[in-house]
Design a protein around this ligand. Structure first.
Ligand code: GAL
Length: 634
């Protein structure tokens, strides 16, 4: 795994560049990502009058120090002259307000004029640097969707949506039938009458929302593809990446992942712990480390997004500026996060950022250097990680024993119609992932369309819409399968399937969901060894439940290796189910103490201590200090 950093030569006096480059190389870095926000310096006035001089010299300077460059297309930051020239290129939010100039990502994915500008600037960059020996990789744009920017309700988006619907349904009658628009007299006479699903008096039709999300996701993918096509032509053989985000499902990353070579993501474990659903206790216990499954979950998710090639484009090096609270990592964590990425098979880890900026929005965001160029706390940890990486050499990961099926469409479906406010898709999948990882299992997080053969356990936390062929694929497996609640509960056009849920999955396990209910936070209905919380389903079936609650109501049903779980499983139930499945599959488990995680490459077993205290690790027969790792050859 190579190390790198995110660098903004345009932020610093040119006299500093050579010394910066020398210090990067000395620290053990090989890669430098630049350029992704530099449009106003590359093209200050518009009219295709480019100022390449500074960028030429920046690239030469880095190259001369032995560094390779990841060059970003600057399309996340359209400059003022461009917004002034086409004011309707900005995204419009759900309340119909234009997203103003003065930060970033203020564009609408559907605006044809803006797309043309993006193709032009991408082609200009690709032509100038496509064959340059310093360029190791291209990054398209930056964090598609950050700051809530996938959905736009602009005129351009509305018009593109109408075209998308016409292509999908053919006639307005077919759309009316699919969505059930007879309800509340919502029928349309032409596609031209259909608006985006916002500003309605009460909720819009969930089918309308789902198609709007599908459409918006397709717009992201096609926007990205336009840049990829240009880069491939002008820069053949050079890898292309995009940097995805954490806990983010607003577009289908599997779709974008198919068009790029390396899926990268931006890892801010402390910010994510603070901003997401974690309990008060977890936020305290892992304050300066992040929850032990946050980074790993995304490593395994993004490895499944682009054929196994992935990396970390932005690694948190110290306190960030954007969470509600921004603690500093425990000493050791930056090195631990770095080695953990390697343990999950990353090709690169690049720190965000080289030097903390003393100006503008992110002046409180740590870098590897402080604004005065002195080394920040993380610098020595980068050196330590670089030394370990040099010692162990390249690491590759085998297929994991367990597949966990992840679907962006499932996230949208549950998000559009949660039915119980604590039914959160990402949290559900994360809990299932965490249950596997706590038992020492390596996990591949895969798309519903992935080849599932060869896995020894397959888990589907929920899949409301069952894609063509998915049930048959599960039926052909010869390993334990666990299917979660709400699976098969919707058709592709967001209706209840004929014959009720679980729809097509009934061929795998003969049961029918006759009623569902959601439970308010704090309700826990007892069963032996676990409790039912958040969600439960009533079942009609000739099967006797494998597990029931204290009142005899079925919780888990089993037939021929396939289990269906009718509730939001708590941690105790998940643990029990993982143990049962592993026992049946003959997969060995490791009962890990709190905070300990294990991950295997082909050559090594890595053990990580995420706890803030020393922990005795039975399989090592040793105590690991806080924020530390241990490495064994396999
Ligand atoms: C990322 C973004 C970077 C920077 C960073 C700060 O979301 O890609 O440009 O803003 O966060 O943590």
């Amino acid at each position: 795994m190579k190390l790198g950093c995110c660098y903004y030569p345009e932020h610093w006096p040119e006299e500093w560049w050579a010394e910066d480059a020398r210090r990067m190389a000395e620290m053990g870095l090989n890669l430098v990502r630049i350029g992704e926000f530099a449009w106003s310096r590359i093209e200050p006035e518009g009219g295709a009058r480019y100022d390449w001089g500074w960028l030429d010299r920046a690239i030469e300077t880095l190259h001369a120090a032995g560094l390779k460059v990841i060059l970003g297309t600057p399309t996340a930051t359209p400059p003022k002259w461009l917004v002034d020239a086409m004011p309707d290129m900005v995204a419009i939010d759900e309340q119909a307000r234009p997203r103003g100039f003065g930060s970033r990502r203020h564009y609408c994915f559907s605006h044809e004029g803006y797309r043309a500008e993006c193709r032009r600037i991408t082609a200009a960059l690709a032509t100038r640097y496509g064959q340059h020996p310093a360029i190791a990789m291209w990054q398209t744009d930056n964090e598609y969707g950050c700051h809530d920017t996938v959905l736009s309700f602009s005129a351009a988006a509305a018009s593109a949506f109408r075209g998308w619907l016409a292509a999908r349904y053919g006639t307005p009658d077919a759309l009316n039938a699919a969505w059930g628009n007879v309800f509340w007299s919502m029928e349309y006479r032409s596609f031209a009458e259909v608006d985006p699903p916002h500003l309605t008096v009460t909720e819009a039709n969930p089918a309308h929302w789902l198609d709007y999300r599908r459409f918006a996701s397709d717009q992201v993918a096609s926007f990205n593809r336009e840049q990829v096509d240009i880069l491939r032509k002008a820069s053949p053989g050079v890898d292309i990446t995009h940097n995805f985000m954490g806990f983010f499902t607003e577009f289908d990353h599997h779709d974008v992942g198919r068009d790029i070579d390396v899926a990268t993501w931006d890892s801010y474990p402390l910010g994510f712990l603070e901003q997401f659903w974690f309990s008060r206790e977890e936020k305290q216990a892992y304050l300066r480390q992040g929850h032990p499954d946050i980074a790993a979950f995304h490593h395994d998710l993004y490895r499944g997004c682009s054929n196994g090639r992935w990396g970390v484009m932005e690694q948190q090096p110290g306190p960030v500026n954007w969470a509600r609270f921004n603690p500093a990592p425990l000493p050791g964590m930056v090195a631990l996060w770095t080695l953990e990425a390697c343990a999950h098979g990353a090709e690169l880890t690049s720190y965000f950022r080289w030097r903390q900026a003393p100006f503008a929005q992110e002046q409180m965001h740590a870098g590897l250097l402080r604004p005065d160029s002195s080394e920040a706390e993380a610098a020595d940890e980068v050196r330590a990680a670089a030394a370990v990486l040099a010692e162990i050499g390249p690491q590759t990961c085998a297929k994991a024993p367990v597949a966990l099926v992840f679907s962006y469409e499932a996230a949208w479906t549950i998000g559009i119609q949660p039915q119980g406010q604590s039914f959160r898709y990402l949290e559900l999948v994360f809990e299932w992932y965490s249950a596997l990882r706590q038992q020492g299992l390596d996990v591949d997080i895969v798309a519903p369309g992935a080849d599932l053969s060869g896995y020894r356990m397959v888990l589907v936390p929920t899949l409301p819409i069952i894609p063509e062929g998915f049930a048959e694929k599960l039926a052909a497996l010869d390993c334990p399968v666990l299917i979660g609640p709400r699976s098969g509960s919707k058709t592709a056009s967001f209706c209840i399937p004929e014959g009720l849920a679980p729809g097509a999955l009934r061929d795998l396990i003969p049961l029918t969901i006759t009623r569902v209910e959601s439970l308010r936070d704090g309700v826990a209905e007892p069963a032996e060894g676990f409790a039912v919380t958040r969600w439960r389903e009533d079942v009609a079936s000739d099967l006797a439940p494998e597990l029931a609650d204290s009142g005899g109501r079925g919780v888990v049903y089993y037939k021929d290796g396939v289990r269906y779980c009718t509730v939001w499983p708590d941690r105790a139930l998940l643990k029990l189910l993982v143990e049962r499945m592993a026992g049946e599959a003959g997969v060995e488990l490791l009962a890990l103490p709190d905070g300990i995680r294990v991950r295997r490459t082909q050559a090594h077993v890595f053990t990580f201590n995420y706890a803030a205290t020393p922990v005795f690790v039975p399989h090592l027969e040793a105590t690991l200090p806080p924020a530390s790792w241990h490495l064994d050859p396999r």
